[in-house]
Design a protein around this ligand. Structure first.
Ligand SMILES: [Zn+2]
Length: 418
């Protein structure tokens, strides 16, 4: 019996030694492998990845030859990237390139150009030494995330939004939207509530970036402002109010977001430079020299020049009967001249203090049927309205979205799977 027990014990001992040996081998191999991570990250047992962020002055061929690729391979890769991958130039501070070697110090066998977190272009060396290119779209998982907040005493909408956890990029989009309906300088008061439903994009469970604003609500002085993003049957996307009216107006009341109004539209005022009373045919927004001035709406530039009052100015004619004028510019935007077609939001010039001006600001005028009107109060036409069928669909969609928003408001940890 004793002997049998000893045998059993010996067997156990042998098992223990074997197990120990396996563990030691594993530790050793991890140590060996980790030596190969020098300058890159491990993918396979010894595959080595070197990631290069493109900086200014970098060229594709320069980066390829820096990784040891010869002239022939460099040319072949540059060509196949252009022909099959649609990549002819690389962008500093935007693109990343991965160089993959089967093992450390081996020649590069695969190059991955990453223009966005959602798109990759891979160039692989085939057995015959030729280079093959294919594009890969990274799968994205989109959540609808809800955030709400309240304006505190002495607060700006921006500060309250950041405090509510709304990402800055989303907040800027919300600003752009609400600027059609309200004046952030005058319409914001303590106690006003707001909420945003927006997209967050995930890849493999990791949050990568934010997407679009899906719905926004703000308790403005003139009543609750609500806007919803909606896709029409023809595929066009727009923002609509609760009733399905286009929320985007043909013109913006405040071309520069969040700029303080320093002088309002009036029939009469004492001119700060001339000293005598004369009408102020526009609104002044304080902004520092060089701030880009976006076109308030889509249209065509009908004047670009200088006069002693306006300094450097640009005038844009929009659809229908509207024109807008932007004065005191320090300089004009490149490529913007008489006849240029501009999009809403496109930079047409930069803030300055040219002409009759006491300091850097934008003087902005809206002219309707040849008459100056107050940009803050003029009723502006909506664009992108819905037909009867789209409106019916919109109202159903809005109801569903509102129900979801209510659910999310009760439990902010939830999200909508999109
Ligand atoms: Zn002015």
């Amino acid at each position: 019996m004793k002997k049998a027990k000893d045998i059993i014990n010996n067997v156990n001992l042998t098992k223990l030694v074997v197990a120990l040996a396996i563990v030691l081998t594993l530790i050793a191999s991890v140590l060996v492998v980790s030596r190969y991570t020098h300058g890159g990250r491990i993918l396979g047992p010894s595959e080595c990845v070197t990631t290069v962020a493109v900086s200014s002055g970098d060229t594709l061929s320069g980066l390829l030859s820096a990784q040891g690729l010869n002239g022939k391979d460099t040319n072949a890769i540059v060509n196949v990237l252009k022909k099959d991958g649609g990549i002819s130039t690389i962008r500093a501070d935007k693109d990343k390139i991965e160089f993959i070697r089967p093992e450390e110090n081996a020649p590069v066998s695969k190059i991955v150009v990453i223009p966005s977190p959602w798109h990759k272009v891979e160039v692989t060396c085939a057995e015959d030494g030729s280079w093959q290119c294919n594009s890969v779209d990274v799968e994205r998982d989109t959540h609808g995330v809800y955030k709400s907040g309240e304006i505190a005493d002495g607060d700006s909408f921006y500060l309250a939004g950041i405090r509510a956890g709304i990402p800055e990029g989303i907040l800027i989009d919300v600003y752009d939207l609400l600027a059609f309906e309200m004046d952030f300088e005058r319409d914001v008061r303590a106690g006003q509530k707001f909420s945003v439903l927006y997209e967050e994009n995930f890849s493999n469970g990791k949050r990568i970036d934010t997407g679009r604003v899906l719905a926004v609500s703000f308790d403005a002085l003139r009543g609750n402002v609500k806007m919803y993003r909606f896709k029409k049957a023809d595929g066009a996307v727009g923002y609509y109010d609760e009733k399905g009216n286009g929320a985007i107006k043909s013109l913006k009341r405040t071309p520069i977001n969040n700029a303080k109004i320093t002088s309002s539209f009036s029939g009469k005022r004492k001119h700060p430079v001339l000293g005598y009373t004369r009408a102020h045919k526009g609104v002044d927004f304080r902004a520092s020299t060089g701030t880009p001035i976006p076109a308030a709406g889509a249209g065509r530039v009908v004047a670009r020049g200088y006069n002693s009052g306006h300094g450097n100015y640009v005038k844009v004619r929009h659809n229908g009967s509207y024109e807008t004028l932007y004065a005191h510019m320090s300089k004009f935007a490149k490529g913007v001249g008489v006849g240029t077609v501009v999009k809403q939001g496109q930079t047409i010039g930069y803030v300055g203090s040219t002409g009759l001006s006491t300091g850097p600001h934008l003087h902005y005028e809206i002219i309707k049927d040849g008459k100056h009107v107050n940009p803050m109060t003029v009723k502006l036409p909506a664009i992108n309205s819905l037909n009867a069928a789209d409106k019916q669909k919109f109202l159903e969609y809005r109801q569903e979205l509102d129900a979801n928003i209510e659910r999310l408001a009760d439990n902010p940890k939830l999200f909508i799977q999109l």
